[in-house]
Design a protein around this ligand. Sequence first.
Ligand SMILES: [Cu+2]
Length: 133
Amino acid sequence: MKTVTLLIVIALLALAACATTPNAPVTAPAAAPANTQAQTAPSAAALVQGETVNVRIKDFKFIPDTLNVKTGTTVIWTNEDSARHTVTSDSGTELDSELLALGGSYSHTFNEAGDFAYHCTPHPSMRAKVIIE
Ligand SMILES: [Cu+2]
């Protein structure tokens, strides 16, 4: 009887060794992509929440030219033109960027509600506004 018990124990140990060995490589690669997804998910969620909104400057236009966002939103303007542009408040100093070269960007966080009309200093016909609710 002792021999049978020993054989069973050995067989179980062998099974356990076989069971864990193939499983280990399978779970390791599966965990890596899961971690990658977990890292990208929060940034995507932040964009959905509207905490950061992008405005493009392209073909001598602000796109969109009217932006409705909530208080606390950060707006990032990025110049896609080879011409230099600014983001400058029509009145007041809420928005006051440097001249933005191609690929340059300017960001501003709006902490108070209101309408913020702005323009481009070298091209006064470029007009747009941000409405903070
Ligand atoms: Cu301009």
